[in-house]
Write a protein that binds this ligand. Structure first.
Ligand code: F6P
Length: 381
């Protein structure tokens, strides 16, 4: 027989994304309307793993009571009211032992804390890292449902994630602005966007704002075709060009540009925009500048699309728990929200398929991807 639920917890992990508060809002109301208590765990699982760090900050030992009052008016707010972290994976928690750093599995301790706080089930909101942790906790016996989040759109088994639309929308607005200054100065502007090892943000924002070249991780690039396109534009009187490069893009035969790596975190990508701009300036003789949009893409108010998706995901996660589902992730499968085994969602990253219609559309418009010499003038765009 299915065990009843009296109290659930919500947790947000990994990088923040616009729409997280919409999930918290809908999940809290849907749970409260079923008579369940709801608490939020501070900063991923850190609120439960290190409760002493949270004494006196308004949360009780790292937990926040999520009442109707607490979640009122947060749908439009960026970030997450619970806080988040991309450190502190409970399955490989970095600790110092005898002067040296090592990783320990704190799963049993974490499961004990859930019991101690009478938490019957968890809704865990995050990207691929968080879903992998969720899968592990599910296998260890915790009743949980995952909610997919990432601006990168690289989570498999869901058509999209909330956060992505807001990131693309803001990146497009920024690129629109870069057009006017690039045109005025007759410059090349290279704009670097986030996305890790997937080119979704670069492709979508680049297309939506009509850039001339897009460099994505899925297509290792050479700058000869891009420089040829810039020269062609110049011959036809357009002395400016805009290139949108994904942080994970890499030259053919070269490496991804990495800024560094901290303990317990994934490597930080970045720097490719500066390299591309310097090289294009050298190759074309035209002045080039770089703009890195970085964390601006994670900030701000979610678009209405992301608000709605967050709300739908949050309520669907509660319905899943009520139906007795566990170890599943809610997923957008238009027109509906489905449930998929969490393990399936973490099996591979969702990257831009080389035959997808967006990519074909971009190529049809003459946008260059650094893999083919331009065959016709792109002066029209
Ligand atoms: O996954 C979301 C993301 O914003 C990536 O696009 C980016 O590479 C990474 O997080 C940056 O994370 P951090 O918060 O560690 O700078």
């Amino acid at each position: 027989m299915m065990e009843g639920i009296e109290r659930i917890a919500l947790s947000t992990g990994g990088g923040d994304a616009p729409g997280l508060n919409a999930v918290i809002h809908a999940a809290t109301l849907a749970a409260r309307n079923r008579g369940w208590e709801v608490v939020g765990i501070r900063d991923g699982f850190n609120g439960l793993l290190s409760p002493d760090d949270y004494r006196g900050d308004g949360s009780e030992g790292g937990l926040i009571e999520l009442t109707r009052d607490r979640v009122r008016g947060i749908i439009h707010q960026g970030g997450t009211i619970l806080g988040t972290t991309n450190r502190g994976n409970p399955t490989a928690y970095p600790v110092q032992q005898g002067g040296a750093w090592t990783e320990v599995d704190r799963t049993p301790e974490l499961l004990g804390r859930f019991k101690e706080h009478r938490i019957d089930a968890l809704i865990t909101v995050g990207g691929d890292g968080t879903m992998a942790i969720g899968h592990h906790l599910h296998e260890a016996g915790l009743r949980l449902v995952g909610v997919p989040k990432t601006i990168d759109n690289d989570l498999d088994k869901t058509t999209t994630t909330f956060g992505f639309d807001s990131a693309v929308d803001f990146a497009s607005q920024c690129i629109d602005r870069l057009f006017t200054t690039a045109t005025s100065h007759g410059r090349i502007i290279v704009v670097e966007v986030m996305g890790r090892y997937a080119g979704w943000i670069a492709l979508n924002a680049g297309m939506a704002s009509g850039v001339h070249a897009i460099l994505i991780p899925e297509i290792p690039f050479s700058l000869e075709p891009v420089a040829a396109l810039i020269a062609d534009r110049e011959r036809h009187g357009a002395k400016f060009s805009i290139v949108c490069v994904a942080e994970g893009a890499r030259p053919a035969g070269g490496e991804v540009s990495i800024l560094g790596k901290s303990r317990g975190q994934a490597e930080r990508l970045g720097g490719i925009g500066t390299k591309v701009a310097a090289e294009l300036q050298r190759m074309t003789g035209r002045e080039a500048r770089t703009v890195v949009l970085g964390h601006l893409l994670r900030g701000g108010s979610p678009t209405s699309f992301d608000r709605l998706l967050g709300l739908r995901f949050g309520a669907a996660a509660v319905r899943a728990l009520e139906e007795g589902q566990r170890g599943v992730m809610v997923a957008l499968n238009p027109p509906t929200v489905d449930y998929v085994p969490i393990a399936e969602a973490t099996r591979r990253q969702k990257r831009v398929p080389l035959d997808c219609d967006s990519l074909l559309t971009a190529r049809d418009m003459g946008i260059n991807f650094g893999d083919e010499m331009p065959t016709y003038s792109t002066i029209g765009v």
